[in-house]
Design a protein around this ligand. Structure first.
Ligand code: SAH
Length: 387
């Protein structure tokens, strides 16, 4: 197979550090990622399949963020240079959605023409801090989140009107107020300035609502590949009771619920749980329940009360899962555990633990969701040894 030509058109790659585009072919990157997964989990997993790469590895990010700042008295939007808080102005990114880049450019121009102050981290003065754009790749709905340092937003109606005039494709605009001195982009308060304050996207035939602060996979196309792999690995008969731990807005559990029995989704972020409940209603799914709780703590309670489940799907953050989580998981005696991991190192550590607890990792499928970055996702089918 011919290699993807190494596109070296990104002028920011060295300072930006968010990706390594132009340094190696995508095919070589995939080979390295598979090797990385094998090195970390090979000792605990019977078979590591070939990595499933992206068909078109550019402009896949459906979530785009930029920080506002001033350079030589000019308003700019961009990203912090690697390891610093110096802003590199970026007008186009090869892994981000193209429409999002265009909207960021327009908003930067509007900030200038409306003479709005850009927030300064050192003095903690100014208004406009960040912009976050989320796009439903399937629905084409676009949400623009303007993060401000104060609830006051001078000329906001005219600003919104002008932005919509230039970008009628935007379906909602939200003001997020972040008054804290923090590296977190979003503050607590969201105020819709136009539209419903959220977007929807379709994954595996289901419709999901996504709010500004909820987790949603950034690469929609590969997410469907990943979810289908999870469903395939589960081998559902229609009767299983499933836990979807670290469920976000409930996407995996809902996709599985169509072919299984009862599903329980557990998620720490209450805003994501609110989205998850709304998503279940939106799709007419009844046999699914969402709980806003720490997954380990809630599952420990379930285990203590003697509850058993058939399948546990878990999709934890990079740190992997805790001993408390794994102990609770095995105490519920699931026949299958399907581990979706974004970090081969913590995955290897956790598979080693499961192998000592009577569970064996049968198959793993590395899936690339983030081309030109150091990240790789892996789905692992873990089975109870006596099944
Ligand atoms: N499965 C979802 C989300 C995965 S991201 C999807 O595919 O979209 C991981 C999620 O775990 C995030 O939504 C995060 O808020 C949640 N999370 C982090 N720590 C948690 C914990 N201790 N208990 C439950 N959920 C947690």
């Amino acid at each position: 197979m011919a290699k993807t030509p190494i596109k070296n058109q990104c002028p920011y790659v060295k300072e930006c550090g968010a990706c390594h585009i132009g340094q190696k072919s995508y095919e070589d990157e995939l080979i390295e990622k598979k090797k990385w997964v094998e090195e970390n989990i090979g000792a605990y997993c019977n078979k590591v399949h070939d990595i499933i790469g992206m068909y078109y590895p550019y402009h896949y990010r459906n979530k785009v963020h930029a920080v506002f700042g001033r350079i030589n008295d000019e308003v700019v939007a961009g990203t912090y240079a690697k390891g610093t808080h110096n802003i590199i102005p970026i007008s186009a990114c090869m892994i981000e959605d193209v429409q999002a880049s265009a909207i960021i450019k327009t908003v930067t121009e509007l900030i200038k023409s409306f003479k709005l102050w850009v927030y300064n981290e050192d003095t903690q003065r100014g208004l406009m801090r960040h912009i976050l754009i989320r796009k439903g790749m399937s629905t084409k709905q676009i949400m623009v989140v303007l993060v401000t340092a104060s609830p006051e937003f001078p000329h906001k109606n005219n600003f919104v009107e002008k932005l919509l005039e230039i970008h009628p494709e935007i379906t909602t605009i939200v003001q997020n107020v972040n008054m804290k001195q923090t590296t977190m982009v979003l503050g607590e308060r969201n105020r819709p300035l136009y539209g419903p304050g959220y977007i929807e996207d379709v994954l595996c035939g289901l419709r999901f609502r996504i709010s500004p602060g909820s987790f949603y996979q950034v690469n929609s196309e590969q997410t469907q590949v990943l979810y289908k792999k999870v469903i395939e690995a589960a081998g559902l008969t229609g009767k299983e009771t499933i836990i979807d731990a670290y469920c976000g807005i409930g996407t995996i559990g809902m996709c599985m619920s169509q072919k299984s029995g009862r599903v329980i989704g557990i998620e720490l972020n209450p805003k994501a749980v609110k989205d998850a409940k709304a998503n279940a209603r939106r799709n007419g799914i009844c046999d699914i329940h969402f709980i806003a709780a720490d997954a380990a703590a809630y599952m420990s309670l379930m285990a203590e009360s003697g509850q058993k489940v058939d399948i546990i799907v878990l999709d934890p953050p990079r740190s992997g899962c805790t001993k408390e989580f794994m102990e609770a998981a095995v105490a519920m005696a699931p026949k299958k555990i399907i581990y979706v991991s974004c970090n081969p190192e913590t995955l290897g550590r956790d598979l080693a633990w499961f192998s000592k607890a009577g569970y064996i990792a049968q198959e793993a499928w590395p899936i690339d969701m983030f081309s030109f970055t150091e990240h790789v996702e892996t789905v692992v089918l873990i089975q109870r040894k006596d099944t």
